[in-house]
Design a protein around this ligand. Structure first.
Ligand code: HPA
Length: 235
């Protein structure tokens, strides 16, 4: 048991899939894992551990934003000895060259967030994925005949804002899309010496306003879920 996760020691697998939404974690557990067991539901942030193709996998939620993913990923790495975290989430594309349903693999995450600086005295405003999960996602994507786009991602603390200009840090590092969690996850993995990656499905294209409707989201995110699970069993 840690401060925010009520699972017992040994109830969390070495590899964790981390969607933002607890109900997405439940969906993955119920649709893909054999004998899924609910191991934590503190604050409704659900974690399940089960078997996928013979390997133990945990799937649980990060919540939204760097502060939340910062808490869960740190406790998973340090209190449960987790080695691998694969975040699976959605993102908004900054360019109409990307389309809804595109699957992105975050190479580097650029952010205005002060998380890495104040947590770990890491001053960088851009952090890489950690370890070799990123490469494994690309390889697994090829094996599954999926087109996976390795790109830089803007990790923002802000969902609603006044202006519509491309944020400076996103322009500086050629970030093609925005989400809100990868930077803190990569910072925690860097500090603890663990492995972390982020797979994202484009849920909306900001310049055109195109988006995946709420009722289609679950089904269309299945490709990303399967990519993460197939990668997870190789780690
Ligand atoms: N901004 C931030 N995070 C997101 C977005 C967005 O437009 N879409 C999906 N996650």
């Amino acid at each position: 048991m840690s401060v925010h996760i009520s699972a017992g020691k040994g109830e969390i697998a070495n590899t964790v899939l981390l969607p933002g939404d607890p109900l997405r974690a439940k969906y993955i557990a119920e649709n893909y894992l054999e004998n899924p067991k609910l191991v934590s539901n503190t604050r409704g942030i659900l974690y399940f551990t089960g078997i996928y193709k013979g390997k133990e996998i945990t799937v649980g939620a990060s919540g939204m934003g760097c502060p939340s993913v910062g808490i869960y990923s740190y406790e998973l790495f340090t209190e449960y000895n987790v080695d691998n975290i694969i975040r699976i989430g959605t993102c908004g594309a900054y360019t109409s060259e990307l389309k809804v349903y595109d699957i992105l693999n975050a190479d580097q995450s650029a952010s205005e967030s002060t998380y890495a600086k104040y947590a770990w005295e890491i001053d960088d405003e851009i952090l890489s994925h950690q370890g070799n999960i990123f490469e494994s996602i690309n390889t697994t994507g090829k094996e599954l005949s999926l087109e996976i786009k390795p790109v830089n991602i803007h990790c923002s603390d802000i969902f609603y804002r006044k202006g519509t200009d491309l944020p400076a840090v996103a322009a500086k590092y050629n970030c093609l899309a925005v989400e809100m969690e990868s930077f803190a996850l990569f910072a925690n993995a860097l500090y603890t010496g663990k492995n972390a990656a982020t797979i994202l499905t484009v849920s909306d294209v900001i310049p055109t306003g195109e988006s995946i409707s709420a009722d289609k989201r679950e089904k269309t995110l299945r490709t990303m879920m399967e990519l993460a699970l197939e990668t997870g069993i190789k780690l």
